[in-house]
Design a protein around this ligand. Structure first.
Ligand SMILES: O=C(O)c1cc(=O)[nH]c(=O)n1[C@@H]1O[C@H](COP(=O)(O)O)[C@@H](O)[C@H]1O
Length: 244
């Protein structure tokens, strides 16, 4: 059984700030003040509040995962990765479905911006494999990829590693096979986290925080189980207690 300190457990959680604007996100930040989690800024908040909001989080010392899931031609992703690198975030993501060349272009964008920016920290680049909302039926019947979700996730994880990325986003259900295929150091960031009895919402491939930890996940992305709770701080504290 994995034993963590409260500090270590908090450092493994990325809180999804899925809010319509900076003011709404501020409310949550205030209620979680002092708990050293990562903050994840996704497309809803970034499209509304933009780089200024990210800069503000950085100034206040937060570690940031910028989740914009880039998926475009290599040249465009290279440019996007450069712009993101200049924001000084810790981690950002692209879709593995864009292929090896696209993922390599993301790294080229980081290198170019990182070199020219000098003092900035190099962000980790990770690839989204198969969204945690995707079931086997959706994968096979709508997306048109045959076989199991796990096979698709592993194929994406292998090409992300081949491209030189730092890790992948996947469901905690796939962490053990990803680590077996790509090595223990290849980072796994797992949404689809639901404490026992919590609403599953639109997620499909879920695990509890404790189960995800035991499966070997590096970071857990958690949104609504915290943000939609009547008392978000208590919801996070309860998740932390489960992880100790
Ligand atoms: O890249 C992500 O963060 C992501 C990938 C994925 O496969 N599934 C997934 O849910 N996410 C994000 O993780 C968060 C999960 O939020 P909750 O379902 O509210 O816990 C959301 O912000 C999603 O955008």
């Amino acid at each position: 059984m994995i034993k963590l300190s409260r500090e270590e457990a908090a450092g493994r959680i990325m809180v999804a700030l899925d809010y319509p604007d900076a003011a709404a996100a501020e409310g949550l930040l205030r209620s979680l003040e002092g708990i050293p989690c990562y903050m994840k800024v996704g497309m809803q908040l970034f499209y509304a509040a933009g780089p200024d909001f990210v800069a503000g989080l950085k100034e206040r010392g937060y570690r940031i995962f910028l989740d914009l899931k880039m998926h475009d031609i290599p040249n465009t992703v290279k440019g996007g990765a450069g712009s993101i690198t200049k924001l000084g975030v810790d981690i950002f993501n692209v879709h593995a479905a864009g292929g090896v060349r696209m993922m390599e272009a993301a790294l080229e964008g980081v290198d170019a911006a990182f070199d020219s920016a000098g003092s900035q920290k190099r962000p980790a680049v990770i690839a989204v494999t198969q969204l945690t909302s995707t079931s086997r039926l959706t994968l096979n019947e709508e997306i048109g990829i045959g076989g199991s979700v796990e096979d698709a996730v592993l194929r994406y994880a292998r090409i992300a590693k081949q491209a030189g990325l730092d890790g992948v986003v996947a469901s905690p259900q796939e962490v053990q096979s990803i680590k077996a295929a790509c090595g223990a150091a290849f980072q796994t960031i797992t949404p689809g986290i639901r404490p026992a009895g919590a609403d599953v919402n639109d997620q499909s491939r879920i695990m509890t925080p404790r189960e995800a930890l035991e499966a070997g996940t590096d970071y857990m992305v958690i949104g609504r189980p915290i943000t939609a709770a009547p008392d978000p701080r208590e919801a996070l504290e309860s998740i932390l207690r489960e992880m100790l």
